[in-house]
Design a protein around this ligand. Structure first.
Ligand SMILES: Nc1ncnc2c1ncn2[C@@H]1O[C@H](COP(=O)(O)OP(=O)(O)OP(=O)(O)O)[C@@H](O)[C@H]1O
Ligand SMILES: [Mg+2]
Length: 433
């Protein structure tokens, strides 16, 4: 899904519109001299104020590697299409292999992802700088690691590249919405929710300078070999409001379907805008549906409109759960997560929880979930589903897919004792009607 760039002030002239309000944006740039030394020029904030990202970058950014263009060209076999693993608004992403520089381990190679800016211009450069600056400062297991970057201003134009740790399971978007990937298991989904929440909580609450991610969505949640989630794409990230301010004023940027309504209306950005986006992603993980899907009938295109027609406490709620999960999830946990999502999606931003509170709630859900036995969870689902089916069966036949699912459930139930018998019996009745 592509980013949108929406300027509320429609009275501004064309030149102003194409150059988003620079005085509101952090002013800095990173330059590289001939020896490959990088330095930050121009920083913001006074000596007495808390340190902002630029000052933090001066202290911590030195760990980033500066690559020569030729090195990355070689690493990707001249950016061959065969090495391309993705493409977004910034440019193409390639799989590559670079030499390690650990002094005493010389010679070994490491697999990386290399993102190459494919458009000239101010916005792309600005996003590249933001990515280097924020990722040069942050350090958390749920944020993707930036290994280094390359910046060349030559006769043939500018080259801007970023080199990341390679995430072998690609993005959450791929796994949720593409049928070529196996469905994500329920427990994996819960772990991903928790990890992503921890990444956001770190950005909002644990750094010296608050960071607002501004583009939280499934394609920016990458998954490592063990399906641990890591947030990527800091191109739109912003520093939170300084002391005494309630928000940051910005040109509205983000992705359709994820941005908080008050942010779209006013351009006032707060950490609670990210909390809204998190609520949307929770519903995407529960339902396996995109926040905005133009291929569906009009009334179902917006995920939120659709889930709101299936209230949490009603029998209809089960319908919103991703059918690819089959019976393998807990309806009780799903309801708890939907309630959490609803709190993130409250109209009034200040009523939404902080991400640290979201983390605590998710930890509790995970703990309760691991304490419950898998068989109990299956039957919890069976009972609910069969209530729906018995109602339906008064007038309609059970569909083929329901039959398949019920057969699967019947197999599962063979191992279970008496306490869930009611669900089991109803299931068989539904099956034969
Ligand atoms: N570090 C990485 N390791 C492995 N694959 C990656 C990595 N970074 C990106 N990718 C792949 O490249 C794809 C494109 O990523 P990119 O961030 O450029 O675009 P996007 O998130 O799809 O869209 P947008 O430009 O709106 O953020 C990702 O969905 C993912 O599959
Ligand atoms: Mg992305």
């Amino acid at each position: 899904m592509k980013c949108f760039h929406y300027l509320k002030d429609k009275t501004r002239n064309r030149a102003q519109r194409s150059a988003p309000i620079l005085k509101d944006e952090t002013s800095f740039s990173i330059s590289e001299d001939v020896s490959g030394q990088k330095k930050v020029i121009k920083s913001s904030g006074s000596a007495n104020s808390p340190r902002g990202i630029v000052q933090l970058y001066e202290e911590k950014g030195g760990k980033l590697r500066v690559f020569k263009y030729a090195e990355l060209k070689e690493a990707t076999n001249d950016f061959t299409r065969l090495r391309k693993i993705g493409e977004g608004g910034f440019g193409c992403v390639y799989k590559g292999s670079i030499k390690k520089i650990d002094d005493d381990k010389g010679g070994d190679h490491v697999v990386v992802a290399i993102k190459k800016l494919n458009r000239d211009g101010f916005q792309g450069h600005k996003q590249w700088v933001a990515e280097v600056q924020f990722l040069g400062v942050v350090d958390h297991p749920n944020l993707v690691k930036l290994i280094g970057y390359c910046a060349v201003d030559g006769e043939r134009g500018i080259q801007r590249l970023l080199v990341y740790e390679f995430m072998s399971n690609k993005s959450l978007e791929d796994h949720l919405f593409r049928n070529s990937y196996a469905p994500l298991q329920w427990q994996t989904r819960l772990q991903i929710m928790l990890g992503a929440a921890q990444g956001l909580a770190y950005l909002h609450e644990e750094l010296e300078a608050q960071v607002i991610f501004r583009d939280f969505k499934t394609s920016n949640i990458l998954l490592d070999a063990d399906f641990n989630p890591k947030l990527s794409d800091f191109g739109l990230a912003r520093e939170g409001p300084t002391e005494g301010n309630t928000h940051v004023s910005t040109a509205v940027m983000g992705t359709n379907g994820y941005a908080a309504p008050e942010y779209i209306d006013t351009g006032h950005l707060t950490a609670k805008s990210d909390v809204w986006s998190f609520g949307i992603v929770l519903y995407e993980i529960l339902s396996g549906r995109r926040s905005l899907d133009r291929s569906r009938p009009k009334e179902d295109q917006k995920l939120l409109d659709w889930v709101r027609r299936h209230p949490i406490d009603s029998k209809k709620f089960g319908i919103i759960i991703d059918p690819r999960l089959e019976a393998q999830y807990s309806l009780t946990d799903a309801r708890k997560i939907a309630r959490l999502a609803d709190s993130c999606l409250l109209k009034s931003a200040k009523d939404r929880p902080k991400m640290s509170q979201v983390v605590e709630t998710l930890k509790q859900i995970l703990q309760d979930s691991s304490e419950g036995s898998p068989s109990r969870k299956s039957f919890e689902r069976v009972e609910d589903e069969t209530e729906e089916l018995t109602e339906k069966s008064k007038s309609t036949k059970v569909s083929e897919s329901s039959k398949r699912r019920l057969d699967q459930l019947a197999k599962l139930s063979e191992h279970v004792g008496g306490f869930s018998k009611k669900g089991f019996m109803i299931m068989h009745r539904a099956k034969v009607s």
